[in-house]
Design a binder for this molecule. Structure first.
Ligand code: PLP
Length: 382
């Protein structure tokens, strides 16, 4: 198999019928001749050429056998979950979840009488909440915003023993840094809006399975809940994926340099980055990841007012909520993504009010460090 840099630029080998075109064509059709179609039961907006091609490309990057794309990460996540659980079944979620996934569990799964538990990031904890109705284990690693790591191989082993399906949200790592299927995981989901799209302008989601037999059930759920991705958007994603490997390599490199810089700064209380030897799960991250990603978090030793001064003083890094794009973005989880939790819930998760999450872009690391340095100095005089 070709290396990632090559796979991103030349996915799926050459499509014979379009061999004279360097880039992919766009097919807007959502209607197909039913006499020739082998997927008649699905509307054209789930079997369009560009959608199917993009699903196959992302499946190839994730080392899965089958993939499908959606109009958002949440559409992929809700489809993955609802395809495999019903009334009275039980799900185990890793403790640190994207807010939307957490809300989906607390509001939508509750309405459907689907039970769930949260596990800490250890095999023992997953084992301790297992029930005879557990059908699905859903994991985020590295997780937002403290970059905690869940042991994929161990959890996949536990799930296999009990016939449970495993799903990993691989948004934070991207397939360049981590391929959960190679660790025994059954399905991978993405908010493609982040690294896969990579330019803070392309909302979409993806689901990859390592089992051909999942396809029918997933397509049937997807069809009921909508969330199909338009062909032109599929083309734009394919366009973005060509630079995925080099973007991620630059983001990994920048994040490690910035984490190292912040770790020795007197105005910073703590840095959370799995690439630092001081990260409690650094060894595990090194075993299951090929790179540590472009997101890090840190606690600025500052009052809420000084944090606002710091954020306003940044000139290259922008205070904004997303992550994974070429532009560096920073946000306060307590004031944004985790605002909906109570103070007690946030402190149980270890999210302090002075925590800042930085999604590192592809700018030069020195310019980002200089930007952080001058903003800390304006806010705190250090
Ligand atoms: N998973 C993770 C880890 C996320 O950070 C997000 C969004 O921030 C999602 C899923 C949801 O993706 P989307 O916003 O594309 O629906």
């Amino acid at each position: 198999m070709a290396n990632f840099e090559t796979l991103c630029v030349h996915p799926l080998g050459k499509e014979k019928e379009f061999a004279d075109s360097v880039t992919s064509p766009i097919f807007p059709s959502v209607a197909y001749n039913y006499l020739d179609s082998d997927e008649l039961q699905y509307p054209g907006f789930y079997s369009n050429y560009n959608q199917k091609r993009l699903g196959r490309i992302i499946a190839e990057l994730e080392n899965g056998v089958w993939g499908m794309v959606f109009s958002s990460g949440m559409a992929a996540i809700s489809t993955a979950i609802l395809s495999f659980v019903q009334h009275n079944d039980h799900i185990i979620f890793s403790r640190d979840l994207y807010g939307g996934t957490w809300k989906f569990a607390e509001q939508e799964l509750v309405k459907r009488n689907i039970k769930f538990s949260y596990a800490e990031n250890t095999l023992d904890s997953f084992q301790s909440v297992l029930t005879d109705r557990t059908r699905l284990i859903y994991i985020e690693t590295p997780a937002n915003p403290l970059l905690n790591i869940v042991p994929l191989k161990q959890i996949a082993g536990l799930a296999k023993k009990h016939g449970i399906i495993t799903v990993v949200d691989n948004t934070f790592a991207s397939p360049i840094n981590q391929q959960p299927i190679l660790h025994g995981i059954d399905m991978v989901v993405h908010s493609g809006t982040k690294y896969l799209g990579g330019h803070n302008d392309l909302p979409f989601g993806a689901l990859v399975s390592n089992h051909q037999q999942h396809k029918e059930q997933i397509l049937s759920t997807a069809k009921m809940y909508g969330g199909s991705l338009a062909p032109y958007q599929c083309y734009l994603v394919e366009h973005s994926l060509k630079t995925l490997a080099i973007r991620i390599q630059q983001q990994n490199k920048n994040a490690l340099a910035i984490a190292g810089y912040l770790a020795q700064h007197s105005a910073i209380n703590r840095v959370y980055y799995p690439g630092l030897a001081s990260h409690p799960e650094h060894v595990l991250a090194s075993e299951q990841m090929k790179g540590f990603g472009g997101v890090l978090s840190f606690e600025l030793d500052a009052s809420p007012e000084d944090i606002i001064v710091f954020l306003k003083s940044l000139s290259v890094i922008q205070p904004a909520l997303s992550l994974g794009g070429v532009e560096s973005l920073i946000c306060s989880p307590a004031a944004t993504s985790h605002k909906g939790l109570t103070g007690t819930q946030r402190s149980h998760l270890g999210i302090r009010d002075n925590l800042l999450r930085l999604s590192v872009g592809i700018e030069h690391a020195n310019d980002l460090i200089t930007d952080l340095q001058q903003a800390i100095s304006k806010a705190l005089g250090k």
